[in-house]
Design a protein around this ligand. Structure first.
Ligand SMILES: [Zn+2]
Ligand SMILES: [Zn+2]
Length: 251
């Protein structure tokens, strides 16, 4: 997988410009690992991979897959969502969380995280059958302030392995919504998002299976308002793929 140039770059990285893991501060010795070291990636995978996930929204349960004896698990907090399914490359913890924070300022995704995204995409029902990838748009003013939309950076990578078109035009954000504060109730979040998105090219989405992209899934209120808008605009199905998934604890 690594060619000579990659190896030379890694040696240079380790000796000339040592990059500290953003979780444990130990040196990151391979560019493949992105913002975290190999040990932190393995630690996160060993902790997360055995847990059963909600079939619909991908939230992790307390139970391990082998305890489920083949039964599907539903968290029951996501029944109201318009999204058909959601999957994430990992939990919003450790190296995955740091990757999300890094991506807010740097439009790059390490190859280890790219591989995790592809693995998560494979767990969606009929992953190769999507017609288009739609990154959740930012309001133009926010995108101008940030200079790029991180969902679009992820979307370009997903488009490669999902082998379908990237749609940056069908869905737009017409209202800049206030940042959701921690502790804000779900109903309040939903109210603040009402009418935030609009479909401008219905012909491109009509009767299509769409894969929306975002960096992190928290309560799902933003993604769900976008999904609702796309379904009202004629889409057949809207699923979601994100880098991370926040574990929602029942209050
Ligand atoms: Zn580390
Ligand atoms: Zn769920």
């Amino acid at each position: 997988m690594f060619n000579l140039i990659d190896r030379l770059c890694d040696i240079t990285l380790a000796t000339v410009y040592p990059f500290a893991c953003r979780v444990c501060d130990q040196p990151v010795t391979s560019r493949f690992d992105g913002v975290g070291c190999d040990r932190c990636w393995r630690e996160l995978t060993e902790r997360w991979a055995p847990l059963a996930l909600c079939e619909k929204c991908g939230m992790q349960s307390d139970r391990r897959v082998e305890e489920m004896s083949g039964e599907q698990w539903f968290c029951r907090r996501c029944e109201h969502l318009h999204l058909s399914t959601a999957r994430a490359a990992g939990p919003h913890e450790g190296v995955i969380r740091e990757s999300v924070l890094w991506l807010k300022r740097h439009p790059r995704i390490g190859r280890r995280l790219q591989a995790r995204l592809e693995e998560a995409w494979r767990t969606l029902p009929d992953p190769a059958g999507f017609d288009a990838v739609i990154p959740i748009p930012l309001h133009p003013l926010r995108e101008a302030a940030r200079t790029f939309n991180q969902a679009e950076v992820i979307g370009r990578i997903v488009t490669d392995f999902a082998d379908c078109r990237l749609d940056l035009t069908s869905l737009i954000r017409v209202r800049a919504t206030a940042r959701h504060r921690l502790g804000m109730g779900y109903a309040e979040r939903v109210r603040s998002l009402k009418g935030a998105f609009r479909v401008v090219a219905p012909r491109l989405i009509e009767n299509r299976r769409l894969l929306m992209i975002d960096d992190v899934l928290t309560t799902g209120s933003t993604a769900d308002e976008a999904a609702r808008t796309l379904l009202e605009g004629g889409a057949r199905e809207v699923a979601l793929l994100t880098i991370s998934r926040v574990r929602m604890v029942r209050p």
